[in-house]
Design a protein around this ligand. Structure first.
Ligand SMILES: Nc1ncnc2c1ncn2[C@@H]1O[C@H](COP(=O)(O)OP(=O)(O)OP(=O)(O)O)[C@@H](O)[C@H]1O
Ligand SMILES: [Mg+2]
Length: 628
């Protein structure tokens, strides 16, 4: 043992009572709570980890001050990063020196602390300081504070440097992840001749009231965080889990009010699976339902359509948004049974937008049959910073196949963030652009309607449907808005018929003659009567084919809108053409694209907003939709 220094001078009155100091010298363990007396035992390595406020830093500092005061000791206080001395334990040590009444023996300098007996405290950051650390000679004790941030590389540099006979490595830390190098090195697989202790606030008889309040608060609001911060448990990977707290497994019946089905497909083969999901959205309660899943390794593309249909019955009737990195596979599916297969949008940030969108749901309910989705939801996580253990804003590329499929399925809705309009703008467009009308159309038809409301206008919309062998798509080709009494003139009706005929010719419509549908209301009857009169008066110049809708129509616009919304937003097979988007009309002193302003501005129950074009639109979509 090194020679003892001069007897300690009298402490300043009031700092520490003389008798207390005597006791302290008799029993070193009196300076630290019982849980920390192991610091006075003999061991190469002394490690203490655990929750906040456990008295670790104070106890280590006190034990070191005592040791430095007792005999000549060279102490290195290290941490991973130390850009200034204020980040070190320099201040803590100075305080403890004062509190323990050793102020006269210690010389607290700006960057070191020296003791009369030749003891010395040095303060260094390990990171990017390798050569300096290696050159340090004669260290008796290194105290690594905030050990959770120490890299394996730093440990490998540091430990061989501490080579003096009897030298010790002390380490304090608050654990982050069990995979952190410090945790693995000292807790998971501790060295022999190491004392490793876990302490919490319970081990600190001086645990301050302020911290106790914080502790109780966290305990009441966030159990996971509580266990990490105060109980000193490792953060589980769950803290980085992307869908944490969002998903639930419950049986459910699909409600006709929900939007959907939305389908998404992620291609894989041997290492990654091919994965496909069917989703529904309950918009009112903001719940996402995962109804069906398909997940399989090694499926050949020619077997995929049948397997998809088996797993997700009816998928071949719907749009399926697919991973856009495999255009040849999408094209294959589209030609072999999954006619609605198309590329999902990807954009810079689409993964994180998709995650934000998934997390924006109140909850995500998984049908109990969706076991693989559950597996992914439980494991899909953010990358974790290797130094701090904090989740990074980038997901790991694992456990993400069905979740990616869900992002694809919802891509048109995601682009429309925030989730607001009743009809999705992106759903009505193709990659943000108006749709091209196919050169040959199966049917071109017009919808001429008004609303029951006083002051309503008459709205005319021309739709086109492609032939059955092309992907099912209803396109809004053109529109017009006029005063009802203008619409109910032979002249205007003839011009409407002419327009319809031109569009039919332009797209070489197969169905001839074309029809203009009207509702069986007073306006519709008047239009029908006018057409009939005109026909009798001008047998060679008829107003063609004004036809009353004889389908069972839901009574109100809001009801029709609710029914067709799924087709518009969800399956996204209704599109606006460039002509319909670009058309600006001056009506009642307002020049705009009345069609888009009405459709995108539509809100159920908004009684004051103009809705004629919305009515023609939802009625036209309703008519084109196969509800069998
Ligand atoms: N021996 C002591 N005498 C008086 N008060 C003490 C003593 N030890 C600890 N305390 C009080 O408890 C508080 C928490 O102690 P300390 O900072 O050492 O805990 P810790 O385990 O290092 O916490 P963290 O994990 O937050 O760094 C101190 O700020 C101090 O107020
Ligand atoms: Mg501490």
């Amino acid at each position: 043992m090194a020679k003892r220094s001069e007897p300690a001078p009298q402490p300043k009155p009031g700092v520490l009572h003389r008798r207390m100091l005597d006791t302290l010298k008799r029993s070193r363990s009196a300076v630290v709570p019982p849980a920390y007396t192991f610091l006075f035992d003999q061991a190469r390595t002394k490690v203490c980890y655990g929750g906040r406020g456990a008295g670790r830093s104070w106890s280590f500092a006190r034990a070191l001050v005592l040791r430095a005061q007792e005999r000549k000791t060279r102490i290195l206080c290290a941490r991973e990063f130390q850009s200034s001395i204020t980040e070190s334990v320099h201040r803590l040590l100075a305080d403890q020196i004062e509190l323990l009444g050793f102020a006269n023996e210690f010389d607290v300098q700006a960057y070191t602390i020296l003791v009369r007996n030749g003891s010395e405290f040095l303060f260094e950051g390990l990171h990017a300081n390798v050569s300096k650390i290696k050159s340090l000679e004669g260290i008796d004790i290194v105290w690594v504070e905030e050990g959770e941030a120490i890299t394996e590389h730093s440990w490998q540099t540091l430990t061989p440097t501490i080579r003096k006979t009897g030298s010790e490595i002390w380490c304090t830390f608050n654990p982050h992840l069990a995979s952190d190098p410090t945790y693995k090195r000292f807790v998971t697989a501790p060295l022999t001749n190491a004392i490793v202790r876990k302490t919490t606030f319970r081990d600190n008889p001086f645990f301050p009231k302020e911290l106790e309040d914080e502790r109780l608060y966290l305990q009441s609001v966030d159990d996971d965080a509580y266990r990490w911060i105060w109980e000193g448990e490792c953060r589980t990977i769950a803290d980085a889990l992307i869908l944490k707290g969002k998903f639930f497994v419950e049986p459910f019946e699909i409600d006709s009010a929900w939007s959907g089905p939305h389908h998404g497909l992620d291609f894989g083969f041997s290492k990654d699976p091919s994965a496909c999901v069917q989703l529904y959205i309950d918009d009112v309660n903001r719940v996402l339902y995962v109804a069906r899943e398909y997940w399989a390794l090694g499926t050949d593309i020619d077997a995929l359509p049948a397997q998809l249909e088996t797993a997700i019955a009816g998928i071949s009737q719907h749009v399926v948004f697919c991973d856009n990195s495999r255009p040849e596979s999408i094209s294959y599916l589209a030609r072999h049974g999954i006619a609605g297969a198309r590329a999902a949008d990807k954009w810079s940030g689409s993964v994180n937008d998709g995650i934000a969108f998934l997390r924006s749901f109140q909850k995500i309910v998984l049908h109990p049959t969706c076991k693989k989705f559950l597996d992914e939801a439980r494991n899909y996580c953010f990358k974790v910073d290797r130094l701090t253990g904090s989740p990074l804003p980038e997901p790991e590329d694992r456990f993400n196949h069905l979740i990616d499929s869900a992002r694809y399925a919802l891509s048109s809705l995601i682009r429309n963030l925030p989730f607001s309009g009743f009809f999705s703008r992106s759903g009505l467009l193709v990659k943000g652009q108006p749709a091209e009308v196919p050169a040959c159309s199966h049917v071109v038809y017009g919808m001429l309607t008004t609303t029951e409301r006083a002051g309503s206008a008459a709205a005319f919309i021309v739709f086109s449907l492609p032939p059955p062998d092309l992907p099912r798509q209803l396109i809004v080709c053109d529109w017009e808005i006029v005063e009802p009494d203008v619409a109910l003139t032979a002249e205007w009706m003839q011009s409407a018929c002419k327009r319809l005929r031109e569009i039919a010719q332009q797209y070489r419509a197969l169905d001839d003659p074309q029809r203009i549908y009207v509702e069986p209301d007073s306006f519709g009857y008047a239009a029908g009567a006018l057409a009939a009169d005109h026909h009798y008066a001008n047998p060679r110049d008829p107003i063609m084919h004004i036809q009353l809708i004889d389908d069972e129509l839901p009574a109100t616009i809001d009801q029709r809108a609710a029914i067709v919304r799924t087709d518009v937003n969800g399956t996204a097979w209704v599109k606006l053409s460039r002509a319909a988007m670009d058309r600006q009309v001056t009506f009642r002193n307002t020049t705009t694209c009345h069609l888009t302003s009405q459709i995108f501005g539509y809100k159920p129950d908004a009684r004051d907003a103009p809705q004629e074009l919305v009515n023609a639109f939802v009625t036209g979509v309703f008519m084109a939709t196969d509800r069998s």
